[in-house]
Design a binder for this molecule. Sequence first.
Ligand code: GUN
Ligand code: ZN
Length: 435
Amino acid sequence: MTHTLLRGRLLTFLRAPQELGDTGSYLYESDGGLLIKDGLIVARGAYDKVSAKAPADVVAVDHRPHLIMPGFIDTHLHFPQMQVIASYAANLLEWLNTYTFPEECRFVESAHAARIATHFYDELVRHGTTTAVAYCSVHKTSADAFFAEALRRNMRMVGGKVMMDRNAPQGLLDTPQMGYDETRQIIAEWHGKGRCHVAITPRFAITSTPAQMEATQALAREFPDLHIQTHLSENHDEIKFTCELYPEAIDYTDIYARYGLLGDRTLFGHCIHLSDREADAMSETGSVAVHCPTSNLFLGSGLFPLKALARRDKSVRIGVATDIGGGSSYSMLRTMDEAYKIQQLLGERLNPLESYYHMTLGNAQSLSLADRIGTLDVGSDADIVVLNAAATPAMALKMEVVKTLPEELFLLQTMGDDRAIVETYVAGVAAKSTI
Ligand code: GUN
Ligand code: ZN
């Protein structure tokens, strides 16, 4: 297999930045080279040194003056909600019942699921996202379409069929046994195939009976290495209804704890309104709170206390995500722009280094996949994004006065979208320019 050599300004994180001046938290190479072979990064460093290692038949791509970073990671979104985006609703439960549940019913049809899967991956790649963690619909057909397309594109993707057996239309319900059996089938058919990872996916406590939660617990015990994903503490009415459904639990988080679902492989979407006790439980178990800023603003769900959760003595692990289609943009740049504004409203600062850490290494760590994705380290998957901070006339004008790397990153986050994504490499192959 031929080698590929990328040239440009390299940026990759080593750890979470402590402050804007924390230059030890990242590596930056102003004239850098990345050598790629068989889908992996095999050398990284100053361009002259890396190019000296390249064979004569290397395919070289010069991306100067653009930034080369690890591909973005989106840790929570809904594959069957591409046509739910921009649905006008007062709040989460109205939005689910009026638009989202009816739309997800359509994914019983394989042809529809396959068509949307094509668009889904096109949008991820167009926006520089190379790994995403997705909810499919309740139908096995939707998970099959999701993973078939991931495999075809050789993308590292995490996903699962949602398990839901109450409080939704008939066409969207499984049973505890069916949810268990189909999840097992999907694991057998897809987990570990290509770069596919199956996640155990009870939608949320409102749509799962105690019997289904037990089935979920059984799956979690049988497959301890799999990710688990669900929703937690997004909206006040949701919290109230949930606690009424599980009166024996002391709070929302305790419901999942009672079924053994807290842990370092579990991703809890939203977590906006956690009590101290719940945050302690998340911290003690290594559970991840996934912040979905565009969704939280769009649905009016609330302001996620990202900085407060991160700086507690018992800190909570944090991921960031689009939450399409409650979320309103596929772009992780747009997502972190809204995350920044939420922290502003809370009187907190989220600096641009932190934002890019979260989109890359931070999200990889929240998935326990940092050995494979989220950095430009040698041995990592060659999932890469190339960014242009002067992608539009207005951005180019602002770039004239930008002097530092954090300023450039902040401009990209504040004004950037898919137009700022010059190229997305999936396992070393240019994927955006070939859509
Ligand atoms: N809670 C349960 N299901 C969903 C969903 O599809 N989107 C959001 N935002 N919250 C949920
Ligand atoms: Zn969600």
